[in-house]
Write a protein that binds this ligand. Structure first.
Ligand code: SF4
Length: 420
């Protein structure tokens, strides 16, 4: 790793979600680091990623690597002056292998050492806060704020009278959120109040979008976190679902952060450290994050009524327990199964699981879904796998929506009216 301080480098943030990456880049800029979002994935991404992958790897690995190699082709690229912000994880999942592969590919391409700033899920992504103490807290505001804007986008856009209006409100709201995060205040309390106020203003603008039409079939979207949230990876499934006549309820980024907190607490308990400073730290962080989330979401309550998340990730894990023991089945598989139960209980008429081809999370969940569907009165649940090649998505989505309409009629569950 080069001895140049992060403050003298350009830090690139990977856009798993565009909004989340924009907000996190704003947080870094607020802390004095020149940060920007990595440009969108495209055909070059796949071609470059394929140079160092054999086809056995997960699609997100190919895409993230391809985007980094694309970045390194920019005329202004300098290995000494560049760093990548990339959340990491350990454990059985192949995600832990991404960063070693990035470094190997960069060496093989003669691109020098790749500096990666890689907070890890094992400690709820807190380690990065040692050098930048405000980063975890502000980063959380960015994640929650971006999640809220995306939820409002998905809630309103399917019903907009004038195409493009909701996207515009969303993008302008995102710009405003980034400005509010970047503009530091004399105290954290006042800074948070400014971010809350800014989100409230955007909520008003969402509420003013002219809408029409009867409630559409409500489709919960779960699955592997990267593929479900990254539109290029899932061939823009959410927009296609909306074009086919559905409304999506997409599992967000915050859910994963709550899960990491819960996993850390469980690990400490297993190690006999239930009563320890470390556990106190986890619980305190959880409490602070919950309070911040509550404040940030306060103005969105009525707009997102009927789209409430579980009161805790523990509730989600208990929903999953009859199918997958949360102590043994780790990661998105248990979240996807538990979330499907929650979604059904909150009026979803179908659930789509988005996963990369060969993803172990998708494979395990797929084995569970037939039983889960039977237990939920035949709720339509379908896996969509992606490997970077174009798939006949539109036809499959239309068929799936027919099943969801049938389910709605059969169970006489009608979704929430559009928020006119
Ligand atoms: S969750 Fe699935 S796609 Fe993601 S790294 Fe793990 S195996 Fe690969």
């Amino acid at each position: 790793m080069s001895g140049v301080s992060l403050r003298e480098k350009k830090l690139w943030v990977f856009p798993m979600t565009y909004g989340g990456a924009r907000a996190v880049a704003a947080v870094w800029r607020a802390l004095g680091v020149d940060a920007e979002v990595i440009p969108p994935s495209d055909a070059d991404t796949l071609a470059l990623g394929a140079r160092h992958t054999s086809g056995d790897e997960c699609l997100p690995q190919k895409i993230t690597l391809g985007d980094l190699l694309k970045l390194a082709r920019r005329p202004d690229y300098s290995p000494e002056r560049t760093a990548i912000f990339f959340a990491n994880t350990t454990g059985p999942c192949r995600f832990g292998q991404y960063i070693p592969l990035f470094r190997k590919a960069f060496r093989e391409e003669g691109l020098g050492d790749l500096q990666v700033v890689a907070p890890n899920s094992d400690d709820g992504y807190q380690s990065v806060g040692r050098e930048f103490p405000d980063l975890p807290r502000l980063g959380w505001w960015g994640v929650v704020g971006a999640d809220l804007l995306q939820k409002a986008l998905h809630r309103i856009r399917p019903y907009e009278c004038t195409p493009g209006t909701t996207d515009r409100v969303y993008l302008e709201g995102l710009d405003a959120l980034c400005r509010a995060i970047e503009r530091r205040a004399p105290s954290r309390r006042r800074h948070l109040a400014a971010v809350v106020e800014c989100l409230g203003e955007t909520r008003e603008r969402f509420a003013q979008v002219a809408v029409q039409g009867a409630p559409r079939p409500l489709i919960g979207v779960v699955g592997e976190i990267f593929c479900r949230l990254h539109p290029f990876s899932n061939q823009d499934l959410i927009r296609r679902l909306e074009r086919a006549g559905g409304e999506a309820w997409l599992s967000d980024v915050s859910e994963w952060i709550w899960y990491c907190n819960e996993s850390e607490a469980r690990e400490l308990t297993l190690k006999g450290r239930r009563l320890s400073f470390a556990m106190f730290g986890v619980r305190l962080r959880d409490w602070v994050q919950r309070g911040d989330e509550h404040a940030l979401a306060s103005s969105f309550g009525d707009l997102l009524r009927g789209r409430e998340e579980p009161e805790s990730v523990g509730a989600l894990l208990e929903y999953a327990r009859p199918y997958l023991p949360p102590e043994g089945a780790l990661g998105e598989m248990v979240l996807s199964v538990g979330k499907a139960v929650h979604l059904r209980a909150h009026g979803a008429h179908g659930v789509i699981d988005i996963s990369p081809f060969t993803c172990m999370n998708g494979i395990v969940s797929e084995a569970i879904y037939p039983r889960l569907s039977r237990d939920l009165d035949g709720l339509p649940i379908k896996n969509f796998y992606f490997d970077g090649k174009p798939a006949p998505l539109d036809r499959d989505l239309e068929i799936f929506l027919e099943l969801a309409r049938g389910y709605r009629a059969r169970t006489e569950r009608v979704g929430q009216p559009c928020p006119a």
